[in-house]
Design a protein around this ligand. Structure first.
Ligand code: PMP
Length: 379
């Protein structure tokens, strides 16, 4: 055969998620932790590496890690499911609660995987745009839920990429208004310190997502988890890949979780770094900063795509360009890095912006001179 039979027609207009594997000296584009795992944890793992059974399949349900997470959250292991990063669990939720003839509601601009996974799983997508300060439009969401056809709601809390928290009262109103599964995505919980966990008992349709990728320096190993009613977890186990979380990732994540107090200082440092970035950016002329409860800061600036390029090519600083996303025109997102990285980023932005101003002034002067000359010559 010379031809390949086409795939599902839904894929025709789907663009693969572009994680942009661009290298730079200062990497502030993916909301990762600025530091590798603490040395003491790496040593603990290294010391026992020889005994590690690479030849055996993993525990499909990641029992040890599951128990630890359940206990820390005052839940039973049957309320927890571990996944290959939060990403896999979002997909599993749509495999189980979405699919053809079913509908997901999200509030853009938000985490793009919700919409991508909706398309891949054949789920209809209803989008209720956020307001001018990226707040969830509660009235519109509740009105849409009242129509009764929404099967899943996904809300990033705080919202990536805007950093916005949704008021707890609105989240409760949403939970009361629907029997749809409501995913409150707390990927940045360790920075926002706000969780909907206390509402799980009263709202069996509430599912919480967390990850080891941000506050726990483990983006490279892919470990996330959901907390939910045991009936929800049972359905998710029907659609998940049984061995998606490998045994090495389970082991390292369990070690990290047991030692999690070690991460507290770094989390505080990141929050301090976030305040420094917000303060530094807002003092640069022409930059508007949005408040953030996560480990990143969104800001708006004229010709953002050009700034993104200049930061990368002129200063080897990589941030995330959202300027082509609806609702985020002229917006860039910077992840909080180490103090040195944050300073380098701020200096780079200041440098590019002051060069811009110089060019503008030069442009004005030239125009003025040209105009003046023309006037003198009587043209
Ligand atoms: N939810 C949100 C809101 C995120 O920003 C991310 C990471 N970009 C995830 C979920 C998934 O994280 P991971 O797959 O690394 O656990």
């Amino acid at each position: 055969m010379k031809h390949i039979r086409p795939p599902r027609p839904e894929l025709e207009y789907l663009v693969p998620y572009d994680a942009k594997d661009i290298k730079a000296e200062v990497m502030l584009a993916a909301n990762e932790h600025p530091s590798n795992l603490p040395g003491e944890i790496v040593e603990k793992i290294a010391g026992r590496l020889r005994e590690f059974r690479f030849n055996r399949y993993p525990d499909p349900m990641a029992g040890r890690l599951r128990e630890l997470i359940a206990a820390a959250n005052g839940l039973e292991p049957h309320n927890v499911l571990i996944g290959n990063g939060g990403d896999e669990l979002i997909f599993d939720l749509l495999l189980a609660w979405g699919g053809p003839g079913r509908t997901l509601l999200d509030c853009p601009p938000t985490f793009t995987m919700y919409a991508i996974d909706a398309q891949v799983s054949g789920t209809n997508l209803v989008r209720i745009p956020r307001g001018p300060d990226f707040e969830v439009d509660g009235e519109a969401v509740l009105a849409r839920l009242a129509e009764g056809d929404i099967d899943v709601v996904m809300l990033s809390h705080p919202n990536n990429p805007t950093g916005t928290l949704t008021p707890e009262t609105l989240l409760i109103d949403i939970l009361n208004a629907t029997d749809a599964l409501v995913l409150v995505d707390e990927a940045y919980f360790e920075f926002s310190r706000h969780t909907m966990r206390p509402h799980m008992e009263r709202h069996p349709n509430l599912v919480i997502l967390r990850t080891f990728s941000k506050a726990f320096s483990l983006a490279g190993l892919r470990v996330g988890y959901v907390l939910g009613h045991e009936d929800v977890i049972r359905e998710l186990t029907k659609v998940r890949q049984p061995y998606s979380v490998d045994s090495f990732a389970q082991w390292v994540a369990a070690t990290v979780f047991r030692e999690r107090v070690v991460f507290q200082q770094a989390i505080r440092d990141i929050m301090r770094g976030r305040d420094m970035l917000m303060h530094g950016l807002s003092s640069i002329e022409g930059v508007k900063v949005f408040p953030s409860e996560a480990n990143f800061v969104l800001f708006r600036v004229a010709h953002a795509a050009a700034l993104w390029r200049d930061l990368l090519h002129g200063h080897s600083v990589l941030v995330r360009d959202f300027s082509r996303t609806t609702g985020l025109e002229d917006c860039l997102r910077v992840t909080v890095g180490s103090d040195e990285e944050n300073e380098r980023f701020l200096e780079a932005v200041e440098d590019v912006m002051s060069q811009r101003r110089a060019v503008e002034i030069l442009g004005h002067t030239e125009a003025h001179v040209r105009h003046g000359t023309a006037g003198e010559l009587g043209y």
